[in-house]
Ligand binder design. Structure first.
Ligand code: ADP
Ligand code: MG
Length: 491
């Protein structure tokens, strides 16, 4: 069953925008939520990452905006700056012909610049909780004319301890308003929040298995912790991904992995919550424009980011629960394209793998890690393909003279072998250092409240911000698990 946007009751200006954005059909979450949103209902929308939730709330919200009025009418709250920017970019496109003005407001950006922008009468604000509150307290942002509130990635905001901030923001919105809450997962605390903040919300849920896995090939690799890095590089060499994301469990892991990959000659960068916004944005930009081929990320840093063209996902560390797994692999295989996901599992983590398989109702295939020779062979294949296409398409006249000269001195086989060797990326054996990670703790049932996977200054038990020096999650574990620095021998 496919649904056309025309059939959802969308007006002409927005139809024009949808067409320009290249959307042909509504996704299931859009088809089910847009009509309800247009009716003014409160909605709880649950669907995986990459299913088009932004337009699912963006279209009905924009439809309700009166562009002739000079007041703020809609407010979208998102957990991170990157998401706020991403959502505002999508809203900008949706609202383009309707001439509704969208303004992103997030921490790390010059506040005076934001104050000036706020004075230009935006209609829709997309912001992170902290900075929104900051403006409310400075009285540079008034929400007394807001009629629609969107909570995007609500589960993530809960994990990050933003609930009180959100409550404070909402207390500035008039009693009579529509609330749209979107989330990839729906743990109990979110349901309770929904009950508190919303009026007879309609629950729209698109099941994970309908949208995530069909075009993603999923493999697991049964591996010892200390062999992971060499196997990762062989996989990268033999699979030659166009764009790959590697997931690590902790911030330290991400730092060490991106350094180690760089040392071995891969164009890699890492993103996690402790890096400055500028660093994260620059890494993302480079990844999107292809100037780096590998992005290393924690779950939280990669959450919800819309990155297209990812061909391979490597779970260097097994995800802590099935929901994170689905999110991670959802970074690939988008828009009908094929994707591949490889998950490293140490012997003690097999239960976690089984639990993931039970939840996704999909068995992963076991993949044998490529040997060094196999990796080299695949690299040669890549070289041969390049040579073939050069022979077919490039003008070689300029080089034939040199070729003739060489052929007078050597036999053709030797010359070609040397050329292939020069063009083939041989495994780089530069020694790297990686701190061993303890196996992931197995949590029965998965899902629910996951604590703070990205480490950082959040109190794990209460999920509240502690504002400073609480010990990061991974360090807490390391003290009891005796982790040693180990020199990785390359073979
Ligand atoms: P989510 O918030 O569910 O993770 P997004 O709203 O970020 O998903 O959408 C993911 C990608 O899919 C974006 O690039 C978006 O432009 C695109 N997209 C959304 N809806 C459609 C649609 N109906 N047809 C084609 N692409 C779409
Ligand atoms: Mg989203």
């Amino acid at each position: 069953m496919t649904t056309k946007f025309q059939d959802l009751g969308i007006s002409e200006n927005l139809m024009k925008a949808i067409k320009k954005m290249g959307f042909e059909e509504a996704t299931p979450i859009q088809a089910q939520t847009i009509p309800l949103g247009l009716q003014g209902k409160d909605i709880i929308g649950q669907a995986q990452t990459g299913t088009g939730k932004t337009a699912a709330f963006g279209l009905p919200l924009t439809e309700k905006i009166d562009s002739d009025s000079q007041s703020i009418q809609g407010i979208i709250i998102a957990p991170t700056r990157e998401l706020a920017i991403q959502v505002s970019e999508e809203l900008y496109k949706i609202a383009y012909y309707k001439r509704a003005r969208v303004l992103p407001i997030y921490g790390g950006q010059d506040i005076n610049r934001q104050i000036r922008a706020l004075k230009k009468n935006p209609h829709i604000i997309v912001g992170t909780p902290g900075r929104l509150l900051d403006h409310i307290n400075r009285r540079t942002l008034k929400l007394s004319t807001v009629h629609t509130v969107v909570l995007d990635e609500a589960d993530e905001m809960l994990n990050m301890g933003f609930i009180e901030d959100i409550e404070a923001i909402l207390s500035n919105v008039p009693e009579e308003h529509q609330t749209l809450l979107f989330s990839a997962t729906m743990p109990d605390p979110i349901r309770r929040i929904a009950e508190r903040f919303m009026k007879d919300p309609e629950l729209v849920k698109v099941k994970a298995k309908e949208v995530t896995v069909p075009n993603i090939q999923q493999f697991y690799i049964d591996i010892q912790e200390k062999k992971k890095f060499d196997v990762l590089t062989r996989l990268l060499d033999s699979q030659s991904p166009e764009l790959a994301i590697i997931f690590g469990r902790t911030k330290r892991r991400v730092d060490e992995l991106s350094e180690a990959l760089t040392l071995r000659g891969y164009a890699a960068e890492g993103i996690h919550g402790d890096l400055s916004q500028a660093r994260r944005m620059s890494a993302l930009r480079k990844f999107k424009d292809g100037s780096i081929e590998v992005l290393v990320a924690t779950d939280v840093a990669a959450r919800g980011l819309d990155i297209s063209g990812v061909t391979h996902v490597y779970n260097f560390d097994v995800p802590q629960d099935p929901e994170s797994y689905v999110h991670r692999i959802g970074r690939t295989g988008r828009a009908g394209k094929n994707g591949m996901a490889m998950t490293f599992v140490t012997p003690r983590e097999m239960d976690i793998l089984k639990n993931i398989e039970r939840t996704t109702k999909r068995k992963m295939d076991r993949m044998k890690p490529p040997t060094l020779d196999e990796a080299l062979e695949s690299q040669q294949t890549v070289t041969l393909e390049k040579l073939r296409s050069a022979m077919e398409s490039d003008n070689l006249a300029f080089y034939t003279k040199a070729a003739e000269q060489l052929l007078e001195e050597f036999d053709s086989e030797t010359i070609i072998a040397a050329a292939i060797k020069l063009m083939t990326k041989e495994p780089n054996q530069a020694p790297v250092r990686l701190t061993e990670e303890a196996p992931a703790p197995f949590k029965k049932g998965g899902g629910g409240y996951r604590g703070k996977r990205d480490g950082g200054n959040y109190n794990q038990r209460s999920g509240k911000k502690t504002g400073g020096h609480s010990r990061p999650y991974d360090k807490n574990r390391s003290s009891s698990q005796q982790r040693r620095k180990k020199q990785y021998s390359s073979q």
